[in-house]
Design a protein. Structure first.
Length: 57
């Protein structure tokens, strides 16, 4: 995360910042629980019943 902030300086939109931090939170939580981050993200999408879920909610 620090490298992203160092390279870009900031997010270009609130939605982009929210999406980045939501994804970062999912990845770090998966690592903390000794899970594979990609599998945690895939499980999140398979848990939704094929409907689009807005990250900004």
């Amino acid at each position: 995360m620090k490298i992203k902030l160092k390279n870009s300086g900031t997010s270009r939109s609130d939605l982009g910042a929210d999406a980045f931090f939501d994804l970062h939170s999912i990845i770090e939580t998966a690592k903390k629980h000794k899970q594979i981050p990609f599998e945690a993200i895939r499980a999140l999408f398979s848990a939704t019943d094929s409907t689009v879920v807005s990250i900004a909610e």
